[in-house]
Design a protein around this ligand. Structure first.
Ligand code: FCB
Length: 468
């Protein structure tokens, strides 16, 4: 019996649940450029990027993808690709320059962006904080200072007053682990500090800021779904029979995942982590009532997933000792998986880890709808002579990770959407412009946009609501 090609496709397609959100993500500092326009003042990233050697190539936040001026063209591209949602962040130093008074010109930009998205039928998903702390606040202690959490709530109030009626979904923070640990202990992200106690305090104050901002969102936009975005990594012991390796995995999972998941979804820090981080002052910064504030109910949890980790308690062949962002864990070793292909960032491609991360949240925490708020890969993305960008490696990455996401859904995970990182090539933090994650190529000299093959592939997936 012959099978019709169309029928075959339908039978083998991996369909996602009805209403599944297909989007792409960016962040203000990585795409906007225009860092001195309309009253914007320095963020910690402007200052950090000016330090010699801090960012590859001496790259800074200008021009980025000039999204501040070209947002209209970018929204049109999203519409043509059929994306249902755009996840972007708001720049605190545009909206309250130097963390001072509200700046109408800065707010007006997000007003225009949101309206343009709504006109195009694209749901605006706004993140309040994607790492661009006003430098003026860093000079008063940054996230290591408790007051910063309250200044964040004040800034959230300004944003919600203006946009609370039109944003489709709110996120308080993006990846507080990076903001706290890479910024204050690792020294490789802004503000570039290497002070583990400051990092632990920063983690707590970011979470406190999240809780305070949830209250602001509820007051101004009660019916709008809101949540927080965490970067989760499944962590496995190199040798499950080794007590030292198992303990190393417990500690890394603690700092990377449970330090944020537990206070948000369980109402407190895990005991083992409190003990690990007590020498770095975790218990000293937590005040009465903080854990209740942080555990404010959320409507969804955003999971950013890039790769997984295998760790050992002693050096093994090819392993690397933990760098300073792992607080008090210099004896832990990260073990490469030689079999996994690498992206241009040197990150292992580990789609199964996405299923594992989603399942970890599903099994260990109270029920909460999940969204993959970031997942993506950098590749060289050479432009061919006719201007085509044949990024088959990115298509394979996407395909394998979407299959992994589908597997999680089949296992019962309440996964409701996927945002590719990133819509556009952009400023990849300490890696500068050299790492291209976009579905859309950006020629930084001309700011010309060219959708890559992956953009067309993703567009088809979104249109079908599944993988054919
Ligand atoms: C995540 C960040 C995002 C981007 C990707 C590659 O950690 O949230 O801004 O840089 O990594």
């Amino acid at each position: 019996m012959s099978v019709q090609p169309d029928k075959l496709r339908a039978e083998t397609a991996l369909m996602f649940p009805p209403g599944f959100v297909w989007g792409a993500a960016t962040a203000a500092f990585q795409v906007e450029g225009a860092t001195t326009a309309d009253g914007r003042t320095d963020s910690v990233w402007d200052v950090f990027a000016r330090k010699p050697g801090a960012v590859v190539g001496g790259d800074t936040g200008d021009p980025a993808a000039d999204h501040y001026r070209r947002y209209g063209e970018d929204v049109d591209l999203m519409r043509r690709l059929g994306l249902g949602a755009y996840r972007f962040s708001l720049a605190w130093p545009r909206i309250r320059p130097d963390a001072g008074l509200p700046n109408p010109a800065g707010l007006a930009f997000y007003d225009r962006l949101v309206d343009r998205l709504l006109d195009a039928g694209i749901a605006p998903w706004a993140t309040l904080y994607h790492w661009d702390l006003p430098q003026a606040l860093e000079e008063k202690g940054g996230w290591a200072a408790r007051d910063t959490a309250f200044r964040f709530a004040e800034y959230a109030e300004t944003v919600l007053e203006r946009l609370g009626d039109r944003v489709a979904s709110w996120s308080t923070l993006n990846e507080p682990w990076c903001a706290a640990m890479l910024g204050y202990a690792g020294g490789i992200h802004a503000p570039g500090r290497r002070d583990p106690a400051a990092a632990v305090a920063a983690a707590h104050h970011l979470l406190l800021g999240h809780g305070l901002a949830m209250d602001v969102i509820r007051r101004h936009a009660g019916d709008t779904p809101a949540g927080i975005t965490l970067n989760l990594y499944p962590v496995a012991p190199h040798d499950p029979a080794s007590a030292a390796d198992v303990d190393a995995a417990r500690r890394v999972d603690g700092q990377q995942n449970r330090l944020f998941l537990d206070p948000v979804l369980r109402g407190g820090y895990p005991e083992d982590l409190v003990a690990d981080l007590a020498p770095f002052g975790l218990t000293d910064v937590v005040r009465e009532g903080d854990t209740t504030t942080i555990a404010a109910p959320i409507d969804w949890l955003g999971v950013n997933y890039y790769r997984d980790y295998t760790v050992a308690g002693t050096p093994v062949l090819g392993s690397k000792p933990a760098s300073p962002e792992w607080v008090g864990a210099a004896d832990v070793h990260f073990v490469p998986n030689e079999a996994a292909p690498l992206t241009a960032s040197g990150w292992e491609v580990q789609p199964a880890g996405l299923t594992a991360s989603l399942l970890q949240v599903h099994r260990d925490y109270r029920p909460v709808p999940l969204y993959i708020t970031e997942n993506g890969a950098a590749y060289p993305d050479d432009v061919t002579e006719n201007g085509d960008i044949v990024d088959t490696d990115r298509i394979a990455f996407l395909d394998s990770h979407l299959q992994a996401a589908h597997e999680a859904i089949e296992a019962g995970v309440d996964l409701r959407g996927y945002f590719y990182w990133s819509l556009l090539d952009n400023f990849e933090w300490a890696e500068g412009y050299a790492k291209r994650f976009g579905l859309i190529h950006v020629d930084y000299a001309t700011q010309r946009r060219t959708p890559k093959r992956s953009a067309f592939w993703y567009s088809r997936v979104a249109g079908l609501n599944g993988l054919s």
